[in-house]
Write a protein that binds this ligand. Structure first.
Ligand SMILES: [Zn+2]
Length: 248
């Protein structure tokens, strides 16, 4: 039985060292509050991180996850399966599934639209992965982006990169689509932009109502797609064609 207790010596040593300086998360929070910048679950805070912060956050988050596991009455000292779960979960949150909060936007070059292209095109399906802000369980789905080019153009693969960056944060789907639309508008200033996202919410599949087939579809239309109903209809028709390509 005694072997399940945390080593008091180790625990005391950790507490003494961390007591000297505020936790790294507290330092980052202070910078954000001083600058009056929001740090909601789906905000990117990369500008407020200094060199080494992410490594230190990984240590801090792992400590908290270890506490969470202990509070769940899991014997992490003796269970070989969960012995390093805290480190794995911390790394997963900060470096993978929520990396869109901590890392800067991937470098995306845009080019002048020299040929004055103004025909619409769609890109999709682009896989998107997120987690609900309410329970931190996965949201997995696909995204289609429709563009009527404006002053600048970006490469097709870049849409996937920016979508991955935006979705890799805790979200609700409605806001994720709006944030993605803002980023794409910033990158290439299109005359028209339409985005459709269809996703499965593990919030509903794994827990709660446990409804495995339900998905959520939502869209945002801006610029010419909003003002011209035929253009909007063309976007949804193109998405339908791209979807039907998948079943062949
Ligand atoms: Zn949820």
């Amino acid at each position: 039985m005694t072997s399940t207790l945390p080593n008091p010596l180790t625990a005391r040593t950790i507490n003494t060292t961390t007591a000297l300086k505020p936790a790294v998360s507290a330092q980052i929070r202070q910078r954000l509050q001083d600058a009056e910048v929001p740090f909601l679950a789906n905000d990117n805070i990369s500008e407020f991180l200094e060199d080494g912060d992410l490594d230190n956050l990984e240590v801090e988050v792992a400590d908290k996850v270890r506490d969470l596991l202990r509070s769940l009455v899991i014997d992490i000292e003796n269970d070989h399966n969960t012995a390093e779960t805290a480190e794995r979960v911390a790394r997963m949150y900060l470096r993978e599934v929520f990396k869109g909060r901590y890392l800067k936007q991937p470098k995306i070059a845009s080019f002048p639209n020299v040929k004055k292209l103004d025909e619409i095109y769609t890109v999709g399906p682009i896989s998107v992965r997120s987690a609900c802000s309410h329970h931190l369980v996965p949201i997995l789905g696909s995204c289609w982006i429709g563009i009527k080019p404006g002053q600048r153009v970006i490469g097709l693969s870049k849409f996937a990169r920016v979508a991955d960056w935006v979705f890799s944060r805790p979200h609700i789907q409605e806001e994720a689509v709006l944030i993605l639309a803002d980023e794409i508008e910033r990158l290439c200033e299109p005359q028209g932009l339409a985005i459709l996202v269809k996703a499965q919410h593990y919030c509903m599949k794994w827990r709660g109502v446990k409804e495995p087939q339900t998905s959520m579809i939502n869209s945002v239309v801006r610029g010419d797609f909003r003002h011209d109903p035929s253009l909007k209809a063309e976007f949804f028709e193109l998405v339908k064609q791209q979807q039907s390509l998948l079943s062949h």
